[in-house]
Design a binder for this molecule. Structure first.
Ligand SMILES: Nc1ncnc2c1ncn2[C@@H]1O[C@H](COP(=O)(O)OS(=O)(=O)O)[C@@H](OP(=O)(O)O)[C@H]1O
Length: 304
């Protein structure tokens, strides 16, 4: 394993080890009204985050948990390496809100372009991201598969406490009582900013449908100019199978859990009819008729 990978994997393992022995009841704490896992987030870090000095060439990646951000990180790292030959050097946990409050000092040493990933909702992003006009790529995935992926993450990572059943998880997910809060609050807020300057939305299912086209759009958005051949190679290296094959090397033991199945429609294996109806109704209230709602193609990906 390369030296920088090893340090990064050590960081992930350290963060996961902190979950050891936690019950679900103690896992979440509330910060400004949103639940976060105490194992990777703290009030001190959130306060320090407000002073993060974003750079104009930072690449901000926003996603609700389990929408596929590790996939996008892989694509961006590859784009950076392929086009400007710069290797990722950061060994920090990729999510800006996770870790110790001193990480923002250390992050000053990371050369540009930095990838700043986050699961935070719009209102909680550090203000310098907007002030310094960093580009923000916002990733969404259909809510049913997102919920199923989230459930399996709890179930399959040994150190993270599991829910007693899918039904229990579903109910907490719908009530926004899971890490990083409600998918729907997140989506409703981001929908208001969908046309903001320096912001682009990318949809998991669209990437699955045509990865090379997604890589091209992402490259253009961040101002990279890969050749058609380079775009194809980046897409080939970012297929689910390709990233899963390298998961152990890139993410250590949790890699095989993180890159679990990578499909569209896995929700059909878990959702009951009543749960389908409940989520369909929630989608209708929150997102039907909105720009983000249209992009999510709910009727295509979330109806049986
Ligand atoms: N290359 C590729 N292709 C398709 N799908 C992929 C890919 N890489 C990651 N994934 C899937 O993304 C899900 C994990 O989401 P995140 O990376 O956002 O997880 S996390 O919130 O950071 O824990 C998780 O979804 P599920 O498989 O449904 O659980 C991953 O498998």
């Amino acid at each position: 394993m390369a030296e920088e990978n090893k340090a990064f994997v050590d960081e992930i393992n350290k963060a996961l080890a902190k979950s050891e022995g936690f019950t679900l009841k103690d896992l979440l704490f509330s910060y400004r009204g949103t639940p976060y896992p105490v194992t990777v987030c703290s009030a001190e870090t959130f306060q320090a985050l407000e002073n993060l000095e974003a750079r104009r060439d930072d690449m901000v990646l926003v996603s609700y948990p389990k929408c596929g951000v590790n996939w996008l990180i892989q694509i961006l790292n590859d784009l950076i390496f392929t086009t400007i030959q710069s290797k990722p050097v950061s060994t920090e946990l990729p999510f800006i809100e996770c870790g110790d409050p001193d990480k923002y000092q250390r992050m000053k040493q990371i050369p540009s372009p930095r990838i700043l990933a986050t699961h935070l909702n719009y209102d909680f992003l550090p203000k310098s991201i907007f002030k310094n006009k960093a580009k923000i790529l916002v990733l969404f995935r259909n809510p049913k598969d997102t919920a199923v992926s989230f459930f399996h993450f709890h179930k399959n990572v040994p150190s993270v406490p599991s829910y007693s059943s899918w039904d229990e998880f579903f109910s907490e997910f719908m009530n926004g009582k899971v890490g990083w809060g409600s998918y729907f609050d997140h989506a409703v807020t981001w929908n208001k900013h969908i046309d903001d300057e320096n912001t682009m939305i990318v949809i998991y299912e669209d990437l699955k449908e045509n990865l090379a086209s997604g890589v091209k759009q992402i490259a253009e958005f961040f101002g990279f100019s890969p050749t058609a051949e380079q775009i194809q190679s980046i897409a080939d290296r970012a297929t689910f199978q390709a990233v899963k094959n390298k998961a152990q090397e890139t993410h250590g033991a949790v890699g095989t859990v993180l890159f679990r199945k990578g499909v569209v429609g896995d929700w059909k294996n878990l959702f009951t009819e009543a749960q389908n109806q409940e989520m369909d109704a929630k989608f209708k209230v929150c997102l039907e008729g909105t720009k983000l709602g249209a992009k999510l193609k709910y009727d295509v990906y979330c109806k049986a």
